[in-house]
Design a protein around this ligand. Structure first.
Ligand code: ADP
Ligand code: MG
Length: 312
């Protein structure tokens, strides 16, 4: 378990982390999400004892990272943003070096375990410089999980990878998350949405949300919308949908296959009644509805709203 309370970090006059407090329970996959510069790497560097905080407390399984870093770090495996790989070594040589530095007991057995888990056994004798970015990232993850720590922290583990490599790393993270606590950072929402049990959203050094992906989706704005499509022109659709009770916004347009679509904004409690009213309007007009669906605010919208859009 990780307990962070009132964590603050200043770089000179720049406030990079502003009073962060959160708890990460055991055995879950947590996503630390935020645009570039939000403070993700700073947070991870402090959690792992690589960087001192300006103020605040971090406890790893009950041990204060600043008071007893050696004991706290035994629980942690860390893949930093720039993995510390030695390009002129093979994965096996490099991992053996890391295993010794970490004081791992059975080095050969542990090397075999992590190389099998990260599926790098086939490339263990090649120079790291000759490996693809995807394989290098696996070597970086292998170094993080050497010694079998209970908490694995991965800073942007999929950045710069192609879609197939991203899927592979994602599967690996899910596998690790089956019996470990995993924290990964990303500036891409879909990334954390796909693998994480909970998401922490950071914006300009502040924690702006912490919840499950589903709850975050539900949390937004209170309002909601209906979307529909019909085989007619946008102008007629606009007329048909005029003056419906409870509608706070109406947008119409044309789809690629020359149908008209509309989006009706309304309050959450009104969605069912509005669906019925729309249905009867179309009955009156003898115009078949091709589609009528509630539109959920996407997590993308929430993320942009919470982090102040792209300007962050
Ligand atoms: P993220 O990983 O979310 O992109 P960082 O934690 O790297 O964000 O950075 C947070 C903020 O702190 C940014 O504004 C960045 O420019 C600043 N920053 C990071 N490291 C340093 C440093 N060593 N010295 C000064 N400013 C820094
Ligand atoms: Mg970063």
């Amino acid at each position: 378990m990780i307990e962070v309370s009132h964590l603050t970090k200043r770089y000179g006059s720049h406030l990079a982390l502003d009073d962060l407090s959160f708890t990460i329970p055991e055995g879950q996959i947590y996503g630390l999400l935020g645009p570039n510069g939000a403070g993700k790497s700073t947070t991870m560097n402090i959690l792992t004892g690589c960087l001192a905080a300006t103020s605040g407390q971090v406890r790893i399984d009950g041990v204060d990272i600043f008071e007893d870093p050696m004991a706290a770090k035994k629980h942690l495996g860390y893949l930093p943003e720039l993995p510390p790989l030695y390009m002129d070594r093979t994965p096996e040589e490099y991992l053996r070096f890391v295993a010794r530095a970490k004081g791992v007991g059975d080095v050969p057995g542990e090397l075999e375990r992590v190389m099998a888990l990260t599926q790098i056994t086939d490339v263990k004798d090649r120079l790291i410089r000759n490996l693809s970015k995807g394989y290098r990232q696996r070597v970086g993850i292998a170094q993080a999980i050497l010694g079998d720590p209970d908490i694995i922290i991965l800073d942007e583990p999929t950045v710069g990878l192609d879609p197939r490599q991203i899927t592979e790393i994602r599967e690996l993270i899910q596998k690790l998350g089956e019996n470990k606590t995993v924290i990964l950072s990303s500036h891409i929402l879909s990334e954390v949405q796909a693998v994480c049990d909970s998401i922490l959203i950071l914006s300009r050094g502040k924690l702006v949300a912490c919840d499950t992906p589903d709850n975050l989706e539900r949390l937004l704005t209170g309002g909601t919308a209906l979307e529909l499509e019909a085989d007619t022109q946008p102008e007629r659709l606009e007329k048909i949908l005029g003056n419906l009770p409870g509608v706070t916004g109406l947008t119409v347009g044309e789809t690629a296959d020359k149908h008209a679509w509309a989006r009706l904004e309304t309050g959450k409690e009104n969605l069912e009644n509005l669906s019925k009213a729309v249905f009867f309007r179309f009955c009156d007009e003898k115009l078949p509805l091709l589609r009528l669906t509630p539109a959920k605010a996407s997590l993308e919208d929430i993320f942009l709203e919470l982090t102040g859009g792209k300007e962050a």
